[in-house]
Design a protein around this ligand. Structure first.
Ligand code: SF4
Ligand code: SF4
Ligand code: SF4
Length: 400
């Protein structure tokens, strides 16, 4: 009987727990890896014992190695297998994470029998860094946040479930002086936007499933098209290409958003983007594609007017997208020194010493060199509203 039990034990597949720090580019995970290595290891050990697994893995993004060395050393001493790899958001899918752990291309896969294996052992559980920390501390009611953007004290806080966005901002010292908040981006690169008038009623547990522990306050100095331009560029790079909806969709999103930022946005795209997002949300193979679509949908919903400003009214209210900007010289500030003319390679500035200088919009390529050199800070960028400027050369101090 005893030998039968032993034989069963020998033939039983080993079970594995994976603790992954990758997948959401999360400042919280990085901070915990850098400052709480003992707690992270204790959490992995406790979770491994609870799940009765035989092997524990710790997956660390390659770029963190130098700053999380103590964690890696402790893990190895504790018999935890440390693997490093790309910090791709596709790794939020456990099958993709395992492909990276095994040194293969990061790509999710279908599991016919619902079981996932790594090097012949069965994956029993997969947790994040914060989950390991909470397990070690026996904490179930709180979450870490990295609060950034237009707040007074950007940084990490830990707040209880049930805390509203408004209260989290208050803990972070409140809104930065003079900032007019448009929305908050909750959940990092693949998160969703919440309008400022919803902060009071939006509580942590309502957005936990999208939450990587990041809240970024977006004020009027930020342009949503510029933000989407950066995000869609990253989406396109990260899409693993397995399914056409996400592969082609990320490409199309990037191209349409770039057009908007460059003053070439089409009205038809305003209808096409939400249609595409709906289709991708329904049909993408993994969460990465679905989250990408959700992010775009939420931007369109929260920033409808600002996006339409770029496409229909050809203006960038935040003054970020260069295509909608012009450079102008303020007549009451210009000293007529001529420095701007000297640096302008396009000969787009007209003037002579002692006269108020003028920029010819048609020749200006918006390089900004003149603005950098002007000691009087007389050169500004303007959107649709332009200051009154002379139409011909006028001596300094004589323009009324
Ligand atoms: S949704 Fe995107 S990342 Fe996920 S499998 Fe499809 S192509 Fe790859
Ligand atoms: S705009 Fe500035 S740099 Fe140009 S002439 Fe006037 S003061 Fe000089
Ligand atoms: S922005 Fe560049 S091109 Fe335009 S006027 Fe200034 S220096 Fe010349």
């Amino acid at each position: 009987m005893q030998s039968l039990k032993r034989k069963e034990e020998m033939t039983r597949r080993k079970k594995v727990l994976i603790c992954s720090a990758a997948g959401d580019n999360s400042p919280v995970s990085k901070m915990l890896c850098e400052t709480g290595s003992e707690t992270v290891i204790a959490g992995i050990q406790k979770k491994s014992a609870e799940s009765t697994v035989d092997i524990a893995y710790l997956y660390i993004p390659q770029g963190w190695i130098s700053t999380v060395k103590p964690l890696i050393d402790l893990a190895e001493q504790a018999g935890i297998i440390v693997k490093t790899g790309e910090d791709s958001p596709v790794c939020r899918d456990t099958t993709a994470l395992v492909s990276s752990l095994e040194g293969r291309l990061i790509r999710p896969s279908y599991l016919p029998d619902g079981k996932l294996y790594i090097e012949d052992a069965e994956v029993e559980d997969c947790i994040g860094i914060e989950e390991a920390v909470n397990c070690a501390e026996g904490e179930t009611g709180k979450k870490y946040f990295f609060v950034s953007g237009a707040v007074t004290n950007a940084g990490f806080i830990r707040a209880a479930y049930g805390t509203s966005i408004e209260d989290i901002i208050a803990i972070a010292g409140g809104i930065r002086d003079g900032a007019k908040i448009k929305a908050a981006l909750i959940g990092g690169d693949s998160g969703v936007y919440i309008r400022a008038d919803q902060f009071e009623n939006m509580r942590l547990e309502q957005w936990d499933d999208i939450f990587s522990g990041s809240i970024e306050l977006i004020d009027e100095s930020c342009c949503i098209v510029d933000i989407l331009r950066q995000k869609t560029h990253a989406y396109r790079q990260y899409s693993c290409g397995k399914c056409p909806l996400c592969r082609e969709g990320s490409h199309q999103f990037q191209s349409m958003i770039n057009d908007m930022a460059n003053g070439k946005g089409k009205t038809a795209d305003l209808a096409l983007i939400p249609d595409m997002a709906r289709a991708i949300k329904l049909g993408a193979f993994c969460k990465f594609g679905r989250n990408m679509a959700r992010h775009i949908q939420s931007a369109l919903m929260v920033f409808t007017e600002e996006i339409e400003d770029h496409v229909k009214r050809k203006k960038c209210p935040a003054g970020i997208c260069k295509a909608y900007l012009n450079f102008a010289i303020l007549p009451d500030k210009c000293s007529g020194c001529g420095d701007c003319m000297d640096v302008c390679n396009e000969d787009a500035i007209e003037g002579k010493t002692g006269y108020i200088h003028m920029i010819r919009d048609d020749d200006c390529i918006k390089c900004g060199k003149c603005m950098e050199i002007c000691k009087e800070q007389a050169i500004i960028t303007v959107g649709s509203v332009k200051p009154r400027v002379p139409k011909r050369l006028v001596k300094v101090g004589q323009f009324a």
